[in-house]
Design a protein around this ligand. Sequence first.
Ligand code: ZN
Length: 321
Amino acid sequence: MKTGSLTGKRRVKDLLLQQHNRFCADCNAPDPKWASANIGVFVCLKCCGVHRSLGSHVSKVLSVTLDEWSSDEIDAMVEVGGNSSANSIYEAYIPQGCTKPGPDATHEQRTKFIRLKYESQAFLKPSLRIMSGKMNPPSSITKGIKDNLRSSSGSREDGVAGFIGKLKVKVIKGTDLAIRDMMTSDPYVIFTLGQQTVQTTVVNSNLNPVWNEELMLSVTQQFGLLNLKVFDYDLLSADDIMGEADIDLQPLITSAMAYGDPRMFDNMQIGKWMKSHDNALIDDSAVNIVDGKVKQEIFIKLQNVESGELELALEWIPLES
Ligand SMILES: [Zn+2]
């Protein structure tokens, strides 16, 4: 009906006039004239171009002034409430070393950030990670946003802590580990995730041990950091520590959940854990789909120790498979 669509358009324009919607959700350029109806953000022309390149299954782009909006699209947009609500979800945890582009950012900078933000959903807050499963992630995330906005506290999810999948940790090798005996060490690695602990075998008298050993951990909805500690095995006294590191599992699990069944995709990169001043990464660590599996190679500089590096390979195994 004519009057209905006029009222609808009015609602979108009223929303656009709110202060937080006067700047592009992705680059802060003033006066955005475009919207992603399924995500619920207003964006500038340049960012709109990137959104469009992601495909309408990720972001359904509409002009505020030119396009006809369906009542569903208007309802979705109004319910999310625009940029500050959406960004409080999609940009909840931007890691150090990843900067949000400004209005003058290059197309490459824009594309990188926007893909991480909406396609990989790499910056979501923990309580929403789990909602991003299955195919067609953006609409389920949008639903997640709405549910989250409705429940003022996050307590709704706390009661449903269940297993969401398994983490296969392959400990490949260590390099230049610290000396704890006379000339060498007998290293092994312990991983702790929540209440679980798994460990490798001991390699005798070797500062460059090769393990190639696979360990398995169960992962719950409320997963935290994966901690690893390297020890020197000592028959006579307590084992000496040879360094440690925390591994952020969020990039792996969030991107795996966002993509759903990895067997449906060709080999590609779907996420990244970025090196920063406050993590142990030697290099950025990409999350890839490789032959239908979600994998991540990690090169760690051991912390709180004089020397030592560790090479790991993670694989995410969702519950369904
Ligand atoms: Zn923009």
